[in-house]
Design a protein around this ligand. Sequence first.
Ligand code: SAM
Length: 246
Amino acid sequence: THFGFRDVPLGDKQTLVNDVFHSVASRYDLMNDLMSGGLHRVWKDIMITALDPPRSDRPFALLDVAGGTGDISFRAAKAAGPGFHATVCDINSDMLAVGRERAAKRHLDTQVAFVEGNAESLGFADRSFDAYTIAFGIRNVPRIDLALREAYRVLRPGSRFLCLEFSTVEMPGLDKLYDLFSFKVIPPLGRMVTGDAESYQYLVESIRKFPKPAAFADMIREAGFARVSWQTLSGGIVALHSGWRL
Ligand code: SAM
């Protein structure tokens, strides 16, 4: 590619990713709706249904890694009872700042906390959460194996790991359309709305490089998780992976 995003060294990858999200933070939520035609809301709701947080006052602590502007945590809080608490952890202060504003607007600032941190080395104690979610985040993390090990470490035995991520479209017909959309529509749309086409070019390329569902499931198992499963959504545009720390 003429943008030179392929094959960047790991350390540089995080710098690149940070630049991308600093650049798009203020327009991030709008772009999600535009690029997915609102579908990201449906995918996120499917993740919340799988998470199934308790509707009672039973304490339930969610860690939402790469949680950005808070979508997953807000949706989970809405579905859950008063015992629910979410910690949004993200490496990017601009995304977190947008998230905090949104939390205040929704009167969720006591139930949802925003913390700066890296998925590869979380600043939380072992076995301190009842669930771990990561939505459209793990593909941006340079060392995915480290992030998965950290997820396992901070989860209490008997609790769940859920990962929503772009996957591989393998439906004949849809794959061609999806390619066309990814390379011809997304970067120009990104330029129009955020003034930054390169960031969206990066996003498209990072989706291509992410492992297929079966290979990613193996990585989740290698990190220690049991009963690993996944479902593809919207013809494979997205996959929801699940694993348990037993
Ligand atoms: N989960 C949110 C959602 O679904 O709307 C935000 C997803 S956004 C596409 C990806 C997020 O990953 C960005 O906010 C970015 O800052 C964050 N991120 C990238 N690398 C990270 C890392 N190493 N540790 C934690 N967060 C990271």
